[in-house]
Design a binder for this molecule. Structure first.
Ligand code: AMP
Ligand code: DBH
Length: 538
């Protein structure tokens, strides 16, 4: 519907033939995100959709608040197809804001809570956004004021700016709605194949790139994820990762829970005690975390003080989960583990809940859709033999065909026949499971020998005094790169020397060239805004 304008602004749509095919196969349905909420309000009316501390929203309330705040935005001059940056803490008000934007056909740009004004300013420019809505926790208002006043350029085009402070009641949080009538007749013209929103690539280098997702492609990925995660209307999901992240939103995420009429509960912190308490209190069934949080939880002494027996599934994704940690999660929480390998650009893979433990611990599972195409290639873009490691490329019914407004980068990031070059390295086994071994840029090149950090990390995690480890390449005059292991010991006073590490690894009979040249004892790593180890910064 709005395709023409978007294309002139640098949107790369699905090629016609493939689009027709996905529609024909029933992947893309004719509904938008707001249609989904409206149907939910009818079907699940008084069921609780979201809980945060003492506040909760039923599906009907969420629907009405979305219409109310949407009416307000419309009155303020926000138009259909306008891009609005949304930056939010894990608070309940964010759901109202997102669906309000969908209601009036405006399009959110999902920023992470951790982004600073430098990133926000760039995202605003790239997207040509006209507005910025910052949603903060009431305990965190100082940060919000800082960032809202930090934009430097005098003619900066974000003419609509609003900070919503999540307070004890909805009427306090949304006090601006007091004199605004609800207008139930603002129904947007958006169709399901229009851009619904812009997600961000999490890239650990440079600025985030904008990822345009359509209603139809995204809802399709949610629907398939619901099946992969066995969700039904009894589901109680804990949200601990940033609420705006693609994993949290769609794999199956809160949209998956909304899809089936379940309940999500928000946590502002990933701290074990805080989360275990919520799990016990609300009898949470499912939670999605990154490996760093899983590691925190399995090593927490407070685990035994809480009843977490309601937990059926812990999903882990976002970064490589080493088999040793995977095994600990299963043992310590007595749950099913589901590995999820996905990206905001599209493609998602899940291990099946019915897979053997061997597959769940060691692979990232199978592609979500039978229409996903995955190929493993070498540096010349030639397909390698099954089981061989190479670069992962993909295209399919919910993977983008280009970043928004970045033609130059698109020429490098996509192949001529429309495959997205993920930059990830991995292989497929003969059952179709994918095993991600690392990222192209992460590989260490030591005198021409290629080293995959995750392999050495897995060995070192078996060391009795190592709690966590991250292996990186550092520039070296003679070797090109040398191998450095950053180590978090189990106890602060644990003594670990390079000699111990070398001895330990030599005993495992691993190749000499893979043994770290250097170690550093640290108390923590640096993380991205979603909690992936930021190797680039390290
Ligand atoms: P983002 O740019 O934040 O969407 O991150 C997507 C990237 O995260 C992928 O391309 C992978 O490099 C990484 N990733 C996500 N899930 C996994 C996983 N389960 N195992 C290994 N890497 C993962
Ligand atoms: O890391 C990711 O971006 C990610 C991980 C798991 C993702 O986007 C997803 C599932 O959908």
């Amino acid at each position: 519907m709005f395709l023409k304008d978007d294309i002139s602004h640098g949107y790369v749509p699905f090629p016609e033939k493939r689009a027709a095919f996905y529609k024909e196969q029933g992947c893309w349905e004719n509904r938008t995100h707001f249609d989904l909420l409206k149907e939910n309000a009818d079907k699940f009316s008084d069921k609780v959709a979201v809980i945060q501390n003492e506040k909760q929203l039923t599906y009907q309330m969420l629907y009405e608040y979305a219409i109310h705040y949407g009416s307000y935005l419309k009155q303020k001059g926000i138009k259909e197809t306008d891009f609005i940056l949304v930056q939010s803490a894990n608070v309940i008000e964010v759901f109202v804001v997102i669906f309000a934007l969908y209601y009036i056909g405006a399009r959110p740009v999902f920023c992470l809570d951790g982004h600073g004004s430098y990133e926000i300013e760039n995202i605003a420019k790239q997207s040509r956004a006209v507005g910025y809505i910052r949603i903060v926790d009431q305990n965190n208002q100082k940060d919000a004021r800082l960032i809202t006043t930090q934009f430097k350029q005098p003619n900066f085009s974000l003419w609509f700016r609003q900070t919503i402070v999540s307070q004890n009641t909805f009427s306090e949080s949304f006090s601006m709605l007091a004199d605004i009538p609800k207008d139930f007749n603002l129904g947007a013209q958006a169709t399901s194949t229009d851009i619904a929103f812009l997600q961000l690539s999490g890239g650990t280098t440079g600025l985030p790139k904008l990822i345009p997702r359509t209603h139809a492609d995204y809802i399709y990925s949610v629907k398939e994820s619901v099946i992969a995660a066995h969700l039904d209307d009894q589901i109680k999901q804990l949200i601990v990762l940033p609420v705006m992240h693609n994993f949290t939103m769609s794999s199956p995420g809160f949209l998956g829970v909304f899809y089936v009429g379940g309940t999500v509960v928000l946590s502002q912190q990933s701290h074990p005690r805080v989360c275990f308490e919520i799990i016990e209190k609300y009898k949470i069934n499912q939670v999605s975390v990154v490996p760093a949080i899983a590691n925190l939880w399995v090593n927490s002494e407070s685990r035994s003080e809480y009843d977490c027996s309601s937990l059926d599934v812990i999903q882990v994704g976002g970064a490589k989960l080493l088999p040793t940690l995977a095994q600990k999660i299963v043992d310590i929480f007595d749950v099913k583990l589901q590995q999820v390998y996905g990206m905001a650009e599209g493609l998602v893979n899940f291990t099946s809940l019915d897979d053997s433990l061997e597959i769940i611990l060691n692979t990232q599972g199978k592609k979500l859709s039978i229409y996903d195409e995955i190929r493993i290639v070498n540096h010349k873009d030639e397909i390698v033999e099954l089981g061989r490691q190479g670069l992962i490329q993909t295209r399919g019914p919910y993977t983008i065909n280009g970043y928004y407004n970045l033609p130059k980068i698109n020429r490098r990031a996509f192949t001529e026949d429309g495959f997205y070059k993920t930059g990830d390295i991995g292989y497929l086994d003969n059952l179709g499971n994918i095993i991600v071994t690392g990222r192209e840029k992460e590989q260490i090149n030591r005198s021409g020998e290629k080293i995959t950090p995750s392999e050495i990390e897995e060995f070192l995690l078996h060391h009795p005094v190592i709690k966590d480890v991250c292996v990186i390449g550092v520039e070296d005059q003679y070797l090109g790169e040398r191998i450095k292991a950053l180590i978090i010991p189990k106890q602060n006073d644990d003594q670990i020397t390079l000699r111990d590490i070398r001895k330990f690894l030599i005993n495992k009979n691993i190749s000499n060239f893979k043994i770290p040249d250097e170690i550093e004892i640290v108390t923590d790593f640096q993380y991205t805004h979603v909690g992936k180890v930021n190797r680039q910064k390290l």
